[in-house]
Design a binder for this molecule. Structure first.
Ligand code: GDP
Ligand code: MN
Length: 440
């Protein structure tokens, strides 16, 4: 199937999606699509693999306490803690741990501290009360149902350390800065020199100079800190490889007043396609924690990733849908989602996709970007019209760009229908501009 992006349109498209989490999920998705493409090339083409929905396995995000368990296995220092799902369990955990503890919401999203999901507590009554306060909180749409009660740490300094994939360089990338504790995007923007980035050649593997470069580059001067951080860098690389991670992030990596370095937080993402090698991690997976709209999409068999904007997007083929996300961002808009209509473009598929996309209350306009190959544009046009019969879409302007197989027919069908909220456009760029304009 052609990727169906015209060179002039695809050129120079900045990755401007904004929200990192969504981009990471998209990245994970693209990795899978790439795998899928390779499979097609090599002829591993069972039909069900090509059905939309079947190949939308997102990477596995682990809870903080699970990530910390993996840190512990490779020898990265973490604080002692206990799981708790009720205020009573939190009380019992605090009793066991003794002394001051921190009560931490376990949700698969960042910024818990700011949202009131991380609270210091002293004494069992206080812990129980803080647990009550935090359980049920809504943090970025994630309801808190689990807690992690951890022995409280005194903090002298907050650093940041992560390793992830740099797809451009095709190598793992370490990032380290002494300006931790805050969102790393903020450091990258305001103080880029403080953020040390270093690739590791996967064939060469980890070498001691990697840690030295990070530590000296970020001007960590204390020899004991240097030594401890170097050990953590090496172990984090081991965790990254051993557990088939896509991201391991420690923010903050703290230094205590006594000079002890340890991981106070963990963000750990495991490659879904490697889960068969890690049955224990596979068991940790919490399918109930998915974004509710994404869960609905999975039920419907729609390939969908929620983003944070207001322009709903629907393309046929993951590559085209991905490019559409980029183009909408490129012309100054905010994509609300990624959605791949797949090969068919039948009315059924269009209805399902629209149902999913419009569940998101932020969506203000919808952009169909269709390049007909196997998919026939006339069929998609009929699908859109039929969807409009079956769903009340009157409050959404719908921009439709049809190109490729039977595009003329498709456009005629839409024009003849005379629907006031359908706006045909000839190119992907014009379509994106129109959809962004209509979302304002
Ligand atoms: P996030 O907001 O989701 O990234 O959650 P973190 O686990 O990073 O916690 C947020 C912030 O809470 C940290 O940056 C610390 O400043 C603070 N915090 C977390 N645990 C402790 C602790 O044990 N002691 C102290 N003093 N502060 C903590
Ligand atoms: Mn954090």
């Amino acid at each position: 199937m052609p990727t169906a992006v015209r060179p002039e349109e695809a050129e120079d498209l900045a990755l401007a999606h904004g929200k990192r989490e969504a981009v990471e999920r998209l990245d994970g998705f693209v990795a899978f699509v790439q795998v899928l493409r390779d499979d097609r090339v090599h002829g591993a083409h069972s039909r069900h693999v090509l059905r939309p929905g079947r190949y939308s396995h997102p990477p596995v995000d682990l809870y903080e306490y699970q990530g910390k368990e993996l840190f512990k296995r490779v020898g990265i220092p973490v604080s002692d803690g206990r799981r708790a799902d009720t205020p009573q369990e939190a009380r019992a955990a605090a009793q066991e741990l003794g002394g001051a503890v921190v009560v931490k919401a376990q949700v698969l999203t960042g910024g818990r501290g700011k949202a009131g999901g991380v609270k210091l507590a002293e004494g069992v009554d206080d812990v129980e009360q803080k647990a009550k306060d935090i359980l049920g909180l809504d943090i970025n749409g994630h309801i808190v149902r689990r807690l992690w009660i951890e022995r409280a740490s005194d903090i002298a300094k907050e650093y940041y350390l992560s390793i992830t994939f740099d797809r451009g360089a095709k190598k793992p990338l370490f990032m380290f800065t002494t300006q931790g504790g805050v969102e790393i995007e903020q450091v990258a923007e305001e103080n880029p020199d403080a953020l040390i980035r270093l690739h590791v050649d996967p064939l060469e593997g980890y070498q001691p100079w990697v840690a030295r470069r990070l530590v000296y580059g970020a001007r960590v001067e204390d020899p004991s800190e240097q030594k401890q951080i170097a050990a953590i860098v090496e172990r984090l690389y081991r965790a990254f490889v051993e557990f088939d991670a896509m991201l391991c992030e420690i923010n903050p990596l703290i230094v205590t007043p006594e000079g002890e370095v340890k991981a106070l937080d963990s963000k750990f993402t495991v490659d879904d396609s490697a889960l068969f090698r890690h049955p224990d991690i596979a068991e940790w997976r919490d399918t109930t924690a998915a974004d509710p709209i994404e869960a609905f999409a999975r039920e419907k068999g729609v390939t969908y990733v929620k983003l944070d904007g207001d322009v709903g997007i629907c393309g046929n083929g993951a590559g085209l849908a991905m490019s559409t996300v980029d183009v909408v961002a490129h012309v100054g808009g905010k994509p609300a989602n990624f959605c791949d209509l797949g090969g068919g473009g039948s009315a059924e598929g269009v209805v399902d996709a629209l149902e999913v996309i419009t569940r998101d209350p932020q969506v203000k306009s919808i952009f169909f970007n269709i390049f007909g190959g196997i998919t026939r544009c006339d069929e998609v046009a009929r699908g859109i019209l039929e969807a409009l019969e079956r769903l009340d879409m009157s409050k959404y302007p719908i921009v439709v760009r049809l190109d490729g197989t039977n595009a003329e027919d498709g456009r005629k069908i839409l024009a003849d229908a005379g629907k006031p909220n359908i706006h045909p456009e000839a190119t992907m760029l014009d379509g994106a501009k129109k959809a962004v304009e209509l979302a304002r």
